[in-house]
Write a protein that binds this ligand. Structure first.
Ligand SMILES: Cc1cc2nc3c(=O)[nH]c(=O)nc-3n(C[C@H](O)[C@H](O)[C@H](O)COP(=O)(O)O)c2cc1C
Length: 282
């Protein structure tokens, strides 16, 4: 096996085995629409076997930064279609990272409430259009609201593949909403979405299962970063952490989901413990 040999991952044929990590660029303006800058940015990188897009919000409530692109509106989808066309014309493949920021958000950016697993603010500050501000205390999602967020991920994935992207990576890492459910520091729930490793894993499983049901498990992935200890999504107990991430797979199998290839597969299970300083990580 050589790094420049082709490979098929799920149903996506890659020209080589080099995969570009998702990198937030904040070049999509207030409307979150990918324009000429992003078309050119991704076209220039199409020589990699697979380009992962920057974290892209599925619903406005899940937006973290001004300038971050979305995949919620028809205009945003049309912008992504231009990106996908440019990457394909250059011989590449592109997967969208769908990212819900959860409590790493601010009403001055979204005009919406801030949500998470529990009403626990992230440590530190977040950038807003008028400067830095403390992270707000988020609204703890009710069970019916969780179901709505799950549907939002699936609808975003549908829009992404309809726009021509080849696959979807759910952002389950780096302290954003899914990681906020996985971490015992940010998830203090006592219901079915917390309290135990199985409970904390449930939301991640529901999101990936819904996305896989919508677009196919053969083009669905998830990024995980256990013990990355970032943005307050801290996982200090190795046994609890191992049980939580193992529970994801156990519950998955029990649910009979056909999407299990997602987290045991090759490109999908991009469990990362990045070496960059925490402040540089998105
Ligand atoms: C400017 C910048 C933006 C990033 N944006 C994202 C992102 O949108 N989604 C994501 O999962 N990771 C993001 N990351 C993390 C990178 O994908 C990667 O994990 C990190 O740079 C560490 O790389 P390494 O694992 O090669 O050391 C970002 C990192 C940087 C420096």
């Amino acid at each position: 096996m050589k790094i420049f040999d082709p490979i098929t991952v799920g149903s996506v044929r890659l020209a080589n085995r080099v995969v570009m990590a998702p990198l937030t660029r904040l070049r999509a303006g207030r409307a979150g629409v990918p324009g000429d800058l992003l078309v050119e940015h991704y076209r220039q990188r199409a020589g990699m076997g697979l380009v992962l897009t920057e974290g892209t919000y599925p619903v406005l409530e899940g937006r973290t930064w001004t300038g971050q692109p979305g995949i919620e509106t028809a205009e945003q989808a049309a912008g992504w279609a231009r990106v996908a066309d440019a990457v394909h014309a250059a011989g590449g493949r592109i997967a969208m990272q769908v990212m819900h920021g959860g409590r790493i958000a601010h009403p001055d950016v979204t005009g919406a409430r801030v949500v998470s697993a529990s009403a626990v603010a992230a440590p530190g500050e977040i950038r807003t259009p008028s400067g830095k501000a403390d992270h707000p205390v988020p609204h703890a999602l009710e069970a019916d609201e969780i179901a709505e967020v799950v549907r939002g991920f699936a609808a975003a994935a549908r829009r992404a593949v309809d726009a021509g992207l080849d696959a979807v990576e759910v952002h389950g890492a780096n302290g954003y909403l899914i990681h906020q459910f996985l971490s015992p520091a940010s998830n203090l729930r006592t219901d079915a979405y917390g309290a135990t490793p199985e409970g904390r894993a449930r939301f991640a499983i529901e999101v990936v299962t819904a996305v896989a049901a919508e677009i196919g498990a053969d083009r669905t992935g998830i990024r995980l970063s256990p013990q990355h200890d970032i943005q307050g999504a801290v996982e200090t107990d190795p046994e609890v952490t191992a049980a939580t991430y193992a529970a994801s797979r156990t519950v998955w199998r029990r649910s009979g989901s056909r999407s299990s290839t997602c987290c045991t597969g090759t490109w999908a299970a991009s469990s990362s413990r990045a070496s960059a300083p925490a402040s540089a990580r998105r």
